[in-house]
Design a protein. Structure first.
Length: 349
């Protein structure tokens, strides 16, 4: 009898792929005799390489190796060689539609994600919003597996063993963390302006934390020259701050450090989900977007979502990529730095 083998496919942004991890982990643990191959972009290897013995990862560079129909056909043949018994399309875009159609024609069991676009559109429209919480991405992924005959009960804590990743593997500047130490992460950037707390206000958050808690260490997360320049300016000004991009090498090391943070302060962005993967509490800041769109981090608490709840225009966007209706960006500008600091402090014993 052929061994059950599920292909799980998603090519997208880091946060979306990170949200697959709790579901793939749960699938692997609850069906240990099922082979699972996760097919995604190369950056995601760190997410899946230690989940379970029955999970493997296949890196796919769509821009370099599999461009156009000819490239996708080559990718299909490569995936076919893995001899799957079922295909789970966790992405549902043109590329994955093509792949799953080829598998469907070959007689394979195929299912794809329902993104609940209509519900999100009604939630984010300008007038007459239907303010109804949408299914989370985790639920949407789990629903795909259920369609294939693999219902799961999601259960996940961290990609690392209890106690977090190995700090000794990081550069010496990170050092040992004592039981009395408090480490805070701050990830102030996001892909779209509608999801980003104003820079000058975030610096006030840092200033207030350093003044109130002179022994706390603050690790600043971001990438790209412009972001790193901002983080370096803060690190020079506030001695308790360290710009992570200057001292760590790659996503794997960042995840190790995140696993030892007491709290991560993040936008509705990938860093919220990365911290969630290592069991770290997140104080998340929401502006144009809203947790009701289904993108809250795994096991994160609603009370730790800092947001203005009295604006009738929120949310105005699923992804934070639309211009502000009001023109004053009140959803972020009206959040006081003190509110964020208080939320951080409230969760640290």
């Amino acid at each position: 009898m052929k061994t059950p083998h599920i292909l799980i496919i998603r090519f997208s942004a880091m946060g979306d792929v990170a949200m697959m991890v709790p579901i793939v982990f749960s699938l692997a643990k609850q069906y240990p005799d099922v082979r699972i191959s996760v097919v995604s972009r190369p950056f995601a290897r760190s997410f899946f390489q230690r989940i379970a013995p029955n999970v493997s990862f296949m890196a796919v560079d769509l821009k370099k190796d599999y461009k156009g129909i000819r490239g996708l056909s080559a990718l299909y043949r490569r995936l076919l060689a893995k001899r799957p018994t079922a295909v789970a399309d966790f992405h549902n875009v043109l590329r994955t539609c093509y792949l799953r159609f080829r598998f469907l024609l070959g007689g394979y069991s195929v299912a794809h994600i329902n993104k609940h676009k209509r519900g999100k559109k009604l939630l984010c429209r300008r007038e007459n919003k239907v303010f109804r919480e949408q299914p989370t991405s985790f639920q949407n992924y789990a629903d795909v597996l259920a369609k294939l005959g693999y219902p799961i009960k999601p259960s996940f804590t961290s990609i690392f063993p209890e106690g977090g990743g190995d700090l000794k593997s990081l550069p010496n500047i990170i050092g040992e963390k004592l039981s009395t130490d408090c480490w805070i992460g701050i990830a102030p950037f996001a892909a779209h302006a509608g999801k980003m707390y104003p820079r000058e206000k975030m610096e006030k958050v840092i200033n207030k934390i350093t003044l109130s808690h002179p022994t706390w260490r603050i690790f600043l997360f971001g990438g790209g020259k412009d972001e790193v320049d901002v983080l370096n300016s803060w690190a020079e000004k506030y001695s308790q701050c360290v710009c992570v991009a200057n001292v760590l090498h790659g996503l794997e090391e960042e995840l190790i450090l995140m696993s030892h943070l007491d709290t991560m302060v993040s936008m509705d962005s990938a860093n919220m989900h990365l911290a969630s993967l290592v069991g770290t509490r997140v104080v998340s800041i929401w502006g144009a977007t809203h947790p009701y769109c289904g993108f809250m981090g795994w096991n994160q608490q609603e009370d730790d979502a800092v947001q203005i709840t009295t604006l009738s225009c929120r949310p105005c966007s699923v992804f934070g990529n639309k211009p502000c209706y009001r023109g004053d960006f009140a959803c972020m500008n009206n959040i006081l730095p003190e509110e964020i600091v208080q939320r951080v402090e409230a969760g640290i014993s």
